[in-house]
Write a protein that binds this ligand. Structure first.
Ligand SMILES: [Zn+2]
Length: 127
């Protein structure tokens, strides 16, 4: 009896038995890449795909951890200026404008800031 035993393509020798064959397809026939992998490498490869997908779901998640004390910095800036707009504030505290803009809106929604004016001309003061 002839038997084919697959070993992991990604492990250095001595190679463990592969538990699965993963096929990378570009949607065309005959150009697929197949790799035989052990359990450890299967998990590793699958994690790459899952992480890429997860990153696209919620770009705003983690804003508070990325820019520490953003809300406090904005409140301090508004207090100092009496009335402030997001753009000069973003330059003053060195945080990207889109993040500052979002934080201003959050603070206004939370009732900590009062907005006057609309769109790009909007200014905020302490509630
Ligand atoms: Zn392996």
């Amino acid at each position: 009896m002839k038997q084919t035993i697959l070993v992991c393509d990604r492990c250095p020798a001595p190679k463990p038995f592969a538990v699965t064959t993963l096929v990378l397809s570009n949607g065309r026939r005959g150009q697929n890449l197949a790799v035989d992998v052990c359990k450890k490498h299967e998990a590793e490869i699958k994690r790459c795909f899952l992480e890429t997908r997860k990153r696209g779901v919620s770009p705003l998640r983690g804003r508070h951890s990325k820019y520490t004390n953003l809300d406090e910095k904005i409140m301090a800036f508004v207090e100092r200026m009496k009335e402030a707009a997001p753009t000069p504030c973003s330059k003053a505290i060195k945080v990207p404008r889109h993040a500052v803009q979002k934080a201003f809106l959050d603070l206004a929604a939370a009732g900590k800031l009062v907005r006057s004016g609309k769109g790009r001309q909007a200014t905020y003061r302490k509630a």
